[in-house]
Design a protein around this ligand. Structure first.
Ligand code: MN
Length: 242
């Protein structure tokens, strides 16, 4: 929060309450057709399978990186979330609802972080695909050109956001009403807490690229942009009626 004035706090609170009510549906839609990818058994979240083989993104991202990233890091967030919510009112709620309920609350930061990271990773895996990159579908391409001038311009902004994020975080293509925008978030944070609709994301935590690229984040980001981006996934997330 930029200011501590009473008015600003009231606004932030009502905004949060609004987001809490509306975010679940928006997030579910953003995952593509309302299908939440984090499966549940009873009141426990389960790690969803990758939408491709661990080796499917080679040579841009190695199967070793994907195996650790999905099988250890992503899995770790899901397991920690289950542990933190076990026996509480949050147990068994969809990720989207846990995120909207805990966002901006310092005493529930750990739950928010793990729920958001579980959601972010589900979204990241779908933002990439084997033999991705290339040209976006026509409807999305038009929106990109209206907002960034060109697909190349959009990719340049995504690269800058990914490379300029200090420390761990995410670069996002988001929809804000009529406009598309590029933004970055730190650690577990995600655009939906700001009322923005994610279209695709790039994970810039070191665990996403360190084994393959060491400290050369820019090389990882450029290779992802050119060879792995799943523009069809972004197009599906686009709300055409906005
Ligand atoms: Mn990650």
């Amino acid at each position: 929060m930029q200011t501590s004035s009473k008015h600003a706090m009231d606004s932030a609170l009502s905004r949060r309450q609004f987001l809490g009510a509306s975010m679940g549906a928006a997030l579910l839609f953003a995952m593509g057709g309302g299908i939440s990818c984090s499966t549940k058994a009873g009141s426990v979240h389960m790690l969803a399978s990758l939408p491709y083989a661990e080796s499917g993104l080679e040579p841009v991202i190695s199967s070793k990186t994907i195996g650790l990233h999905h099988g250890q890091h992503h899995k770790g967030y899901v397991e920690k979330l289950n542990k933190l919510t076990s026996g509480t009112k949050l147990a068994g709620l969809p990720l989207e609802q846990i995120i909207s309920t805990t966002a901006g609350q310092p005493d529930r930061q750990a739950i928010f972080n793990n729920a958001a990271q579980a959601w972010n990773h589900d979204f990241y895996w779908r933002s990439l695909k084997p033999k991705g990159g290339g040209a976006p579908p026509a409807a999305l391409k038009q929106r990109i050109e209206a907002s960034f001038g060109s697909v190349e311009g959009c990719k340049k902004e995504l690269a800058a956001a990914a490379n300029d994020q200090f420390g761990s975080g995410w670069a996002w293509l988001v929809q804000d009403g009529e406009r598309l925008k590029v933004m970055r978030t730190g650690n577990a944070d995600l655009p939906l807490t700001q009322g923005l609709r994610p279209l695709l994301t790039i994970d810039v935590w070191e665990h996403a690229y360190y084994l393959d690229y060491q400290n050369r984040r820019a090389d990882y980001v450029q290779a992802v942009l050119d060879k792995l981006l799943n523009w069809e996934f972004a197009a599906k997330n686009l709300l055409s009626a906005a």
